[in-house]
Design a protein around this ligand. Sequence first.
Ligand code: C2E
Length: 351
Amino acid sequence: MTLPVETTLRSPEAYGLSRRVIDEMETAGVWPTPLNFELWLHYLGDPESALGREMQRMLGAREPFTEAVADMLAAEYLPRGRLTEEIRDAGRVLDRELSSVADAISRAHKSQSAYGQTLDKAATSIETAGDGAALKTIVGGLTTATRRIQRENETLEKKLDASTREVARLREHLEQVRRDAMTDALTNLANRKAFDEHLIAACEQAETTGEPLVLAVLDVDHFKRFNDTWGHQTGDQVLRYVASVIGRFGQAPRVAARYGGEEFALIFPREDARQVAIALEAIRKEIASRSLRRRSTNDELGAVTISAGFAVRQPGDTHTSLLERADSALYASKRAGRNRVTSAEALEQAA
Ligand code: C2E
């Protein structure tokens, strides 16, 4: 079975695959631009995927691999291309709905003014009407005009109802697409992109309000060794387990994210160092206390541990400097023997 490329890239095969990508691009005379690299990575990592088959066909037919072709393949087959396509589709549906609502409103507007004219004319005719028969004709004309406008109003109402439903459906779909784009597929935590956005917003908020903000980074200890011993499918399960614990402690307004391969992050708005240290210790202990089993063979895998570091935002800290300080604390935890939590402030004071 072919593994997803994202999984292969965090496995022992990652470097071999990357080297093959470079070699094959050189053989094919293709520049190793970031986009080409990504396309070839997906092609060689999963040759039987739709992109893999299309590229085999193109290369077999010696079709030139130009930048336009690369853009087209990316839009068609890469996950971010699919996202753009979904957004474009939604835009098209919205356009269609808006123009049909605009048409319906303009038709209704015309009918209303024609009806107004009919009423005006009737008012004048009534003044000059000589007998009952003439009045009867005028009232008959008014009744017909009123029925017509009623029908048109009903049609407009139905059209507006249908469009409202369609726009609500679209909004829900776009919201799902937006959530997917911000969610890490393996762990269901916020992904790196969402994390970056949350952290920038949290730093701005803390800067404006003067409220405290703490950032923590957490990393699974010896994950590579674990992956090499038990395989990356089990490695993925371990990540899911660690993520499930972190996620439980990362309920809003906290933000829990998978920041990289085996690295996680937690944002703690409006909390101080003491509260954060307690939460991180609880996460660390809970993860270390459980012995995991390999699902396929029921082998005892033992417990995994995590190391963590956290930093309290200081005046003038940007999201990047805050992240760097939390990272230094994480690496201090690793150096000190892993399975522990270190605060950047304690580290800085000691230095
Ligand atoms: P999952 O396999 O989708 O399981 C989701 C949740 O179902 C688990 O959340 C747990 O509450 C429950 N669950 C599933 N299987 C068992 C079981 O055999 N015994 C018990 N008592 N409960 C079970 P939890 O514990 O937070 O785990 C989250 C994810 O972490 C799991 O998702 C799985 O991907 C991974 N994981 C957790 N423990 C293990 C383990 O011992 N071995 C492996 N291979 N993966 C594990």
